[in-house]
Design a protein around this ligand. Sequence first.
Ligand SMILES: [Zn+2]
Length: 124
Amino acid sequence: MTELRTVTLATADHGDVTLPEPSWCAGHAHHDPQTLLVDLIHAGPTVDLDHSGAPLFTAELVQSPYAEPSDPRLGGRTPGVSVHPLGQTLDSTSLYCLAADLDRYADQLRDLADQLATALGGES
Ligand SMILES: [Zn+2]
């Protein structure tokens, strides 16, 4: 029998709140006890894209179990993937679209590298 994992978090407006902890949540080591109940958030490990030390993209699974209903792209009760610097929480369909856009962009970068090599007189 699997036991439901829970976590107890202090909130500014509802005291200690015990809630189910999703298996993908990376934990709440940096939880701020002044957080409001509606702002409680589960977040998974980040997936980062850095180049030469510059952060380009960060993505992570997120869920705000007590969020007020709002635009799903701003996050909410349904788990999604928060993407920065896009500043949106995406569903799986939108995330696949973003991945396809990045694939196309990587192809364009390779084309530019080919053009550069040609411009410099090299063979590509
Ligand atoms: Zn959590």
